[in-house]
Design a protein around this ligand. Structure first.
Ligand code: CA
Ligand code: CA
Length: 300
């Protein structure tokens, strides 16, 4: 049986004083319905960003109280399935994003979906790669708008956060106060004009506490790799944070000697951008699980 959480209960900041809209059990299958990042305000090309009510941008559905979770626990969110809508939107916002210095005209593009493709301006067919932009838990000590990424997760815009993969967070408050939103039908690494193909959708997942105390979170696991994610005001800091967290994971959890860890990160690791616009920069460092296995380590 799956518990459905409708998209009508949303919040706009992860923080210590949230009130849960529902309680869920660990291991229970939950279907979380989500608005697009504009909460449905953009439906046609004539809906430009100057007509937006910005207080309704980047809604996350939730928060959900996950029973039996307490501060310091490592929470694993297993993403079972993602569904996306029949159309998605993209916008340009003068002055915003990595090309904000050049872009002077607002524009809205509506991308219809046909099967596993979205269609950009009737000519470019792009394979769908559904992903979750905003996902996280409440921090204990501060309020973070859902449009901002951080140690709690939030607006990380990481393309690895998709069906079949697992995302790990460190619980900040009792019940975790989990939420997600901002699905994309597709998005490139970097998120250059501050959007992917923005779509409503739903996320089917289960949440469980796992015995990995001190795991450097946010952390992602796919069938083939693990990744540390780090967000900071500058790309330099974000890169440094993601790299050092992976080194710590490899030495402290996988028990790989530091020099081996460094050389292997240099040999088979991949440093990648998630986004550079949100307003912090988010970077990830990917490392293959096959190498962890050679050192006798497996994710639980
Ligand atoms: Ca986003
Ligand atoms: Ca988005």
């Amino acid at each position: 049986m799956t518990t459905t959480i409708p998209r009508d209960k949303v919040f706009f900041a992860f923080g210590p004083h949230l009130r849960a809209i529902a309680e869920i059990e660990q291991g229970e299958e939950v279907l979380l319905q989500t608005h697009d990042c504009f909460e449905g305000q953009i439906q046609r090309p004539t809906d430009l960003v100057d007509s937006l009510d910005w207080s309704h941008v980047n809604p996350a559905t939730g928060p959900l109280y996950i029973k039996g979770t307490k501060p310091g626990d490592v929470l694993r969110i297993t993403l079972l399935d993602l569904e996306i809508g029949s159309q998605s939107s993209m916008v340009t916002i003068p002055g915003e994003g990595a090309l904000g210095d050049l872009i002077t005209e607002m524009e809205t593009a509506i991308l219809k979906r046909e099967g596993d493709e979205v269609i950009f301006k009737d000519k470019i067919r792009v394979p769908t790669r559904p992903m979750i932009g905003v996902i996280g838990v409440a921090p204990a000590d501060q309020e973070v708008p859902t449009g901002t990424p951080g140690a709690h997760g939030g607006n990380m815009d990481c393309t690895l956060i998709t069906a079949g993969n697992r995302v790990y967070f460190t619980v900040g408050v009792e019940g975790a106060m989990f939420g997600a939103g901002d699905l994309h039908a597709a998005m490139g690494d970097g998120e250059i004009v501050v959007c992917g193909a923005e779509t409503p959708g739903s996320v089917r997942f289960k949440a469980e506490v796992v015995d990995l105390p001190g795991l450097p979170t946010p952390f992602v696991e796919t069938d083939d790799l693990v990744a540390t994610i780090y967000s900071a005001p500058s790309v330099d800091e974000a890169v440094n944070g993601a790299i050092h967290r992976m080194a710590r994971f490899l030495t402290d959890f996988a028990r790989i000697p530091l020099n081996d860890a460094g050389m292997l990160m240099s040999l088979v690791g991949q440093l990648k951008f998630c986004q550079v616009v949100d307003p912090l920069k988010t970077v990830r460092f990917e490392f293959p699980k096959s190498v962890l296995a050679k050192y006798g380590f497996e994710m639980p």
